[in-house]
Write a protein that binds this ligand. Structure first.
Ligand code: DC
Length: 222
C-alpha cells in the first residue's frame, strides 16, 4: 500500500544543498526522490512561457493542475521539451518563490507530490515536506546553512555552468527569497516540531549525507 512507504523529508532554504543531499541519501537507501521545488519552478516557467499574470491566483493554479511533466533519470520534460536547465535560472526561481504563497497553487500541487510516495521509500525535499505534504514522515530534516555560504555555493555552481554570476546580487536575492519563504502565511519555511536541524555551513556534502543516514539508522528506519 502506497501510504506505508517510508518518507524522509529534507526542508530548508534555497541553496542549502537539499537537492544534492536528497539525491545521495535516496541513492544510498534505494529510495525515490521528490524535488518539490521543481514543481514550483515548472509552474513558474509555464507561467512565463504562457504569458500568464503571476498575480492571477486561479490562472496560476490551473497551469499547475495541467502541467504535463515527466521526471526521468537524465532530466525533466515539460510538454515534451527538456527544461532541467531552464528551471534552474534565477529568474524562474524568484518567480517560483513569488507565486508559491498562492493557496490554490499549493492545493493543486499536493496530490502530485503525494503520488511520489511509493515503495521502497521516498526522500522529499522542499520547504513544507515535513510540515504539510508528508506530516507523518519517518524522519524529518531541516537543512540550514549561513546565507553567505549558500550564496557562495550558488555563485560557484553558476560559474561552473558558464552562467555569469555576481555574489552581491545573489546574496541580496537569496536574503529576499528567504524572507518571502519564511514570512508567508501559507506553508512557510519552518522546521517541523519533530525535525532534526542539520547545519551544513561547515560540512561537505558527504558529511551532510552521512549525518542524515546516521539519523535514519538511529531513528527513522524503526
Ligand atoms: O527549492 P527551490 O529553490 O527549487 O524552490 C523554488 C521556490 O519554490 C522556493 O523559493 C519556494 C517554492 N517552494 C515551496 O514553496 N514549497 C516547496 N515545497 C518547494 C519550493
Amino acid at each position: 500500500m502506497t501510504e506505508w512507504a517510508p518518507v524522509i523529508t529534507i526542508d530548508g532554504p534555497t541553496a542549502s544543498g537539499k537537492g544534492t543531499v536528497a539525491h545521495r541519501v535516496a541513492t544510498a537507501l534505494g529510495f525515490g526522490v521528490l524535488d518539490s521545488g521543481a514543481l514550483y519552478r515548472l509552474t513558474a516557467l509555464s507561467v512565463l512561457r504562457n504569458h500568464i499574470d503571476p498575480e492571477d491566483a486561479q490562472a496560476v493554479a490551473r497551469i499547475a493542475e495541467s502541467l504535463q511533466v515527466v521526471f526521468h533519470a537524465q532530466g525533466i520534460l515539460l510538454e515534451g521539451q527538456e527544461v532541467s536547465e531552464d528551471i534552474r535560472q534565477e529568474q524562474v526561481g524568484n518567480l517560483a518563490s513569488h507565486i508559491a504563497p498562492n493557496p490554490s497553487l499549493r492545493a493543486a500541487l499536493l496530490a502530485r507530490q503525494r503520488a511520489f510516495r511509493i515503495m521502497p521509500g521516498l526522500v522529499a525535499d522542499g520547504r513544507d515536506m515535513g510540515t504539510v505534504v508528508f506530516e507523518d514522515a519517518s524522519l524529518k530534516i531541516f537543512l540550514v546553512a549561513d546565507v553567505e555560504a549558500r550564496a557562495q555555493r550558488r555563485c560557484k555552481q553558476l560559474i561552473e555552468k558558464g552562467i555569469s554570476a555576481n555574489l552581491a546580487d545573489l546574496l541580496r536575492d537569496m536574503r529576499e527569497r528567504d524572507a518571502r519563504d519564511i514570512n508567508r502565511a501559507v506553508a512557510p519555511l519552518v522546521a517541523a516540531p519533530d525535525a532534526y536541524t542539520v547545519d551544513s555551513s561547515n560540512l561537505t556534502i558527504e558529511q551532510t549525507v552521512q549525518s542524515i543516514l546516521d539519523l535514519w539508522s538511529a531513528v527513522g528506519s524503526q
